[in-house]
Design a protein around this ligand. Sequence first.
Ligand code: TNX
Length: 484
Amino acid sequence: MHNLIPKPVSIEVGAGTFTIAPGAKIYLSPATPALHAIAAYLADKIKHTAGLELEVLPTGAEPPAGNLLLSTQEGDPALGDEGYTLTIAPAQVTLRAHRPAGVFYGVQTLLQMLPPAPTSASAALPAGTIRDLPRFAWRGAMLDVARHFFGVAEVKRFIDLMALYKMNRLHLHLSDDQGWRVMIETWPELARRGGHTSVGGGPGGAYTQQEYADLDGYAQSRFVTLVPEIDMPGHTNAALASYPELNRDRLAPDLYTGAEVGFSSLCVDKEITYWFVEDVVNELAALTSGPYFHIGGDEAHSTKGADYVRFVEKAQQIVAAQGKQMIGWDEIAQAALRPDTIVQHWFSPGAQQAAQRGARVIMSPATKAYLDMKYDAACPLGLNWAGFVDVQTSYAWDPVQMLGEAPARALLGVEAPLWSETLLTMADVEYMAFPRLLGIAEIGWSPAAGRDWPEYRLRLAAHGPRLAGLGVNFYRAPEVPWED
Ligand code: TNX
């Protein structure tokens, strides 16, 4: 109970243990499809970790002793949509929440109390009561599938891993100078031509619309909202290379496989630019179950200031017309923003200034939260323009302190971006994301008051065998006394 990540709001230790014995069943109250799906997920995990097959009862009934109950009845509404109460008694495990998301997070807590690797056919859980709810609504990670492409199965695995640590937003960076990664039926060359390379000249790739919709649905099953990003008006060489008519002189540039930024721009005064933006936003919004659409907006060094502002304001109208809430990086704060537009901080004071004017913000400070920064000088992967970010640095900070004068309620939460210029495989991605992602997950979920590196480092150490058991290629940071 004391090695949980993220750390729960309250733990009351009880006496004894609950043993999941052969024949134990999972009861549901009420027996809704949502609870059934979570119970099946729990049963599947228990089968893998403890070698026990738990039956999920398809009807709501009172469980006799020796069983588990998942319930959205009598859940405490004060714990919100994602909070839960997990009671482990020698006779029964009871997990109550106001909503299915809370049950799912309670299940994650329960799973972290099971042995990390397969054992013999019984598993004991320590008795006690955990009451828990997240500090922030936005607990995100970002995967750059543009610089190097990662396929559906790889992204699903990443979603699975995030969900274990109660993260609930996956921002996909779907376009950049080096690649366009999702099929847009009205502009098919974006994926066909713009998608077929990557940094260093690899083969690239792009999701079909069916694959993207499948990813979105899969993410929902793990209580993760996908946030699509199409970066504009800069970072657009792949689009410009795919359609000559998007260029000022109607001449398409070559595909780009380098890693420099800031040279490309959509033509802000061409009418066709906005037809393009509208079609892209329209198609992608239709594939997206979540309420957000990210337009990037960073490092538009080849777009004049006034043009940039005009572009962002038009993009904002287009996104709103599709019924989505716009998100953009710090730089969009130069434009007149709608009250529901969200600004994501990475490096400049843009988000802070927007927050003072009433905007909601997501904190992704490069010096703390960037998972593509090297851990140290010896790190074989990653970049270091924002400095080295070791495990302690990425854990020991608080997003509220980065708001300056802005009120704390402006803060929607945190997100850890993983840019992939130097990352070719999922093993590379995992090496940079783990273990730092666990620290960001805790910053997003747990109260700030409990944040203590010497204590966290020991809790993190206990997750070594868990990550290893999942086959995660994590970095064995020397400042953590990893358990075997
Ligand atoms: C800056 S962060 C960028 C990305 C790069 C990243 C590398 C941001 C909004 N823009 O284009 O990939 O640095 O760390």
